[in-house]
Design a protein around this ligand. Structure first.
Ligand code: ATP
Ligand code: MG
Length: 201
């Protein structure tokens, strides 16, 4: 028998691949509000979360954003999304703990912040809730993980939640549907480049 040519082999392989992919797509037919965790030391966690906010708005849906560690107030995402009617934007944290240097106040701020989040997690009109840098108050013990998991678990069934931040606790990863760990291979900051508008802020 003549050896099939390269193009024919490629077509056969792609056809088999298509069958596998089509079957997987047919199997994934459930609708569900997802819990996503974007963690790890590499860049891309918050910007990915805000990319999903843009997607939600593109579909005419509504999003809520809560920022737990207020790094800076001059970010492009905050300027842009605050202008959108379909986005509610809450700044719930102050600086990092080494900046505020007041543990009691940090805990109080985090707890007040969670009360605001709880309201968003009870609002079915919000299709997506982003909890940006939530892992830090969890890691520092300012927020009780059990309470957070309970409130996440009782949100509207079709509401998506994205949590970002380094060092996400194991129980949170277990509760999540989708987990991505950003891997820090290289970052321009270490080569002496300051944060660039549109990329880092
Ligand atoms: P981004 O908001 O760009 O998606 P991120 O949410 O993954 O980043 P954060 O830890 O929240 O990362 O840090 C936000 C800022 O710190 C951004 O300016 C980002 O470019 C920078 N950054 C993120 N990861 C690193 C890193 N590994 N080294 C140095 N700077 C970083
Ligand atoms: Mg971030």
């Amino acid at each position: 028998m003549e050896k099939p040519n390269r193009e024919q082999r490629h077509r056969n392989r792609m056809q088999r691949k298509k069958e596998v992919v089509d079957k997987a797509i047919a199997r994934a037919d459930q609708e569900k509000g997802l819990l996503l965790v974007l963690t790890g030391n590499g860049k891309g966690k918050s910007s990915s979360a805000f990319g999903m906010v843009a997607r939600i708005l593109g579909h005419g849906m509504k999003a809520g954003v809560a920022q737990f560690i207020k790094g800076r107030s001059d970010t492009g995402e905050e300027a842009f999304f605050r202008q959108q009617d379909s986005v509610v934007w809450h700044v719930l944290g102050e600086g990092f703990t080494w900046e505020t240097q007041n543990l009691v106040r940090d805990i109080e701020t985090a707890k007040k912040g969670w009360a605001v989040v709880r309201e968003m997690l009870q609002d079915p009109s919000l299709n997506l809730v982003v909890l940006d840098e939530l892992t830090y108050p969890l890691k520092f013990g300012w927020l009780d993980l059990e309470t957070v998991l309970t409130d996440l678990g009782s949100r509207p069934p079709m509401q998506h939640v994205v949590i970002t931040g380094r060092a996400a606790p194991k129980d949170l990863l277990e509760a999540a549907d989708t987990v991505t760990e950003m891997n820090d291979i290289k970052h321009a900051f270490r080569a002496g480049i300051t944060a660039q508008k549109g990329i880092d802020l």
